[in-house]
Design a protein around this ligand. Structure first.
Ligand code: SF4
Length: 97
């Protein structure tokens, strides 16, 4: 994990416990901070790419469970794209031969 984008993170210097609320604790303050962050796209990409490391706390306003759902959606989109491409290749083959 790396990235100069971290220097622009709105959470830079913020108390860590805000981003790691205990069960039942309000994630609102973390989400407010993320809401005014200019690098949330980079943050979310990283949080989704490193589930084993970053599946704790609030990243880009998302909880670990929400990030799990986003990963599932991304997998579904990939599968659909692959199925569509496969169908296109089959159509191309059958139309050529
Ligand atoms: S989106 Fe939130 S967690 Fe991510 S860098 Fe910005 S403030 Fe920090």
């Amino acid at each position: 994990m790396s990235g100069a984008w971290r220097l622009e993170a709105a959470c830079r210097g913020a108390p860590l416990d805000v981003f790691f609320p205990d069960n039942g604790e309000d994630a609102g303050p973390a989400r407010q901070c993320c809401g005014r962050c200019l690098v949330h796209t980079q943050c979310l990409e990283e949080a989704l790419a490193w589930p084993a490391v970053l599946d704790y706390g609030i990243w880009t306003s998302t909880t670990p469970r929400e990030r799990g759902f986003l990963r599932w959606l991304a997998r579904q989109a990939k599968l659909q794209a692959a199925a569509k491409a496969s169908g296109s290749r089959q159509l191309t083959r059958s139309s050529n031969g």
